[in-house]
Write a protein that binds this ligand. Structure first.
Ligand code: GSH
Length: 199
């Protein structure tokens, strides 16, 4: 399998999951501005959507959309503890979390990356994001991970929360989330993924 990634973007989530599951993969860097891969190919010919993450399977199929990719990966490793089995209520709960992170946090951060949006407008998006962070903080108050034990949703949440300092949002304002980030950052898979992306 090949994972097309751009450093410290949302592709970090499937990258962490690949390492947690111990699946073999090749990491291929994409320049998100030029849409070229590190080995000189046109990324748009691989993923016409033009964004990471993209996973190319051994049979040539291309899978995109982070929440779909991580669930596909977990389902390849029977008995792993990163995702409850398909068809169970717990799996629906996982999908609820992945969707929340995707639409409320990941997409909630998107306007804050945009240099053409005025600070006064960004303040509106930030206020909305803060409510979601409050909710996450409550959810993690009594447990270390979103579903009790470490799983797919945590890899995704960690990934999107690493962006907060870019928007001058101090994670320390949510001590529970700061502890979550520290816990996640200490995981060998996370350290290895971040080191590989920084290389
Ligand atoms: N819906 C996609 C969004 C992916 C996405 O936002 N990728 C960003 C990095 S976090 C990207 O590559 N943006 C470059 C672009 O859109 O040109 C998913 O959830 O996987």
């Amino acid at each position: 399998m090949e994972l097309y990634f751009a450093p410290l973007t949302c592709s970090l989530s499937p990258h962490i999951v690949l390492r947690e599951l111990g699946l073999p993969f090749e990491l291929i860097r994409v320049d998100n501005k030029t849409k070229r891969t590190a080995d000189g190919r046109d990324f748009l010919s691989i993923n016409p959507k033009g964004y990471v993450a993209a996973l190319v399977l051994d049979n040539g199929e291309v899978l995109t959309e982070g929440p779909a990719i991580v669930q596909y990966l977990a389902d390849r490793v029977p008995g792993n503890t990163l995702a409850p089995a398909n068809g169970t209520w717990e799996r629906v709960r996982l999908q609820e979390w992945l969707n929340f992170i995707s639409t409320e946090i990941h997409s909630g951060c998107a306007p804050l990356f945009n240099a053409d949006i005025a600070e006064s407008t960004k303040a509106i998006f930030k206020a909305r994001l803060f409510k979601r962070l409050d909710y996450l903080s409550q959810a993690l108050e009594q447990q270390d991970y979103l579903m009790g034990r470490f799983g797919l949703a945590d890899a995704y949440l960690f990934t999107v929360l690493t962006w907060l300092p870019l928007f001058n949002i101090a994670i320390g304002d949510w001590p529970v989330l700061a502890s979550f980030m520290a816990r996640m950052a200490a995981r060998p898979s996370v350290r290895a993924a971040m080191a590989a992306e920084a290389a």
